[in-house]
Write a protein that binds this ligand. Structure first.
Ligand code: SAH
Length: 305
């Protein structure tokens, strides 16, 4: 087996928390049949290895100890991307202390100043909250969430978003998500500690990953003929949609009611692909153009009267 292939095997296996296997591989002299098995295993892990594409986003965390506890929970389950949106205190010794052996995740963590920035390139964004909302968002439980994540095409980035300890996710935060994940807990005492919530969600993701390693991936969306839109593209679409509705006098920004919220929810459920988005944007652009032609014609007519 060539050294670079061996290196590839070793690189890949430790992601699954199997560090000693690297040393073990060094001691073995491979026969070609064994190499075949190794490479097949590697391919299988690559195919279904969605854990490394998952981004855990913590919004407005006030207690640095909870950031550390979340990092530990993530690493135990093989999830490694942590993004912090406006943490009250970070970097922090307390976070490192609570992370124990997962301090490397804190070192690699990205700190950003808005949720939009944290999820811009994600095609699937799942917000977590114990609280129901006045305008309900499509709700998932952690197991269903893991199924959805596993079905996401392999090149797509996925974010799971957690709120701060005091207020949780705001409605505006949740409206940037495709789904609202609720952990089904005791309704009389429904709010988990942040690290515990991250643990439960990441545990289900890992269980799904292990199940796929047994059975091989089944990707419902693999034959889809278009790429899904990213969160930042959807945000531009919502701006365009809102402006068009203003231009055609359908929407009054002074009295918005819940129009944009309801439309966001509609499109979140649909999961637009890029072709669908460009058709919709084309319709909006033509609608705007015709509305402005009509209004200038009307102005011209009223001048002539
Ligand atoms: N006081 C906050 C809860 C904060 S708990 C509130 O009223 O919303 C910190 C975070 O953990 C939450 O924002 C959410 O992301 C997650 N969380 C806690 N309990 C949860 C549950 N039962 N289901 C889903 N997420 C939960």
């Amino acid at each position: 087996m060539s050294a670079d292939r061996l290196y590839e095997v070793k690189l890949f296996l430790p992601r699954f928390g199997e560090k000693p296997i690297g040393i073990w591989l060094d001691l073995l002299i491979f026969r070609s049949a064994e190499i075949g098995i190794c490479l097949e295993l590697m391919e299988k892990m690559k195919e279904s290895g969605f854990l490394q594409r998952i981004r855990i986003v913590l919004v407005g965390t006030s207690h640095p100890g909870n950031i550390g506890a979340s990092a530990r929970a993530m690493k135990n389950m093989g999830v490694s991307q942590l993004v912090l949106v406006n943490p009250l205190e970070f970097p922090s010794d307390q976070a490192v202390w609570r992370a124990v052996g997962a301090a490397d995740l804190l070192e690699k963590a990205r700190v950003v100043s808005s949720l939009d920035e944290a999820v811009a390139d994600c095609t699937l964004v799942i917000g977590t909250s114990a609280r129901g909302r006045r305008i309900p968002w499509p709700v998932l439980e952690p197991r269903r969430c893991a199924e959805m994540v596993a079905q996401e095409p392999q090149e797509n980035a996925i974010a799971i978003v957690f709120g701060g300890e005091k207020m949780g996710l705001s409605n505006e935060d949740l409206h940037r998500c495709n789904y609202h994940l609720t952990i089904p807990v005791n309704p009389e005492y429904s709010s988990l500690n942040l690290g515990a919530a991250v643990q439960v969600v990441c545990y289900e993701l890992r269980m799904k990953q292990l199940e796929l390693l047994e059975s091989g991936p089944k990707d419902e969306m693999d034959d889809w003929d278009g790429e899904f839109c990213r969160a930042d593209q959807m945000e531009h679409f919502y701006e365009h949609l809102e402006q068009t509705m203003i231009d055609v006098d359908f929407h009054d920004p002074e009295n918005p009611r819940q129009l944009m919220t309801r439309l966001r929810r509609l499109f979140s459920r649909t999961r637009l692909d890029k072709m669908e988005l460009s058709i919709l944007r084309g319709i909006l652009t033509n609608t705007q153009r015709n509305a402005s032609v009509q209004s200038s014609q009307l102005k011209g007519e009223s001048k002539n009267v």
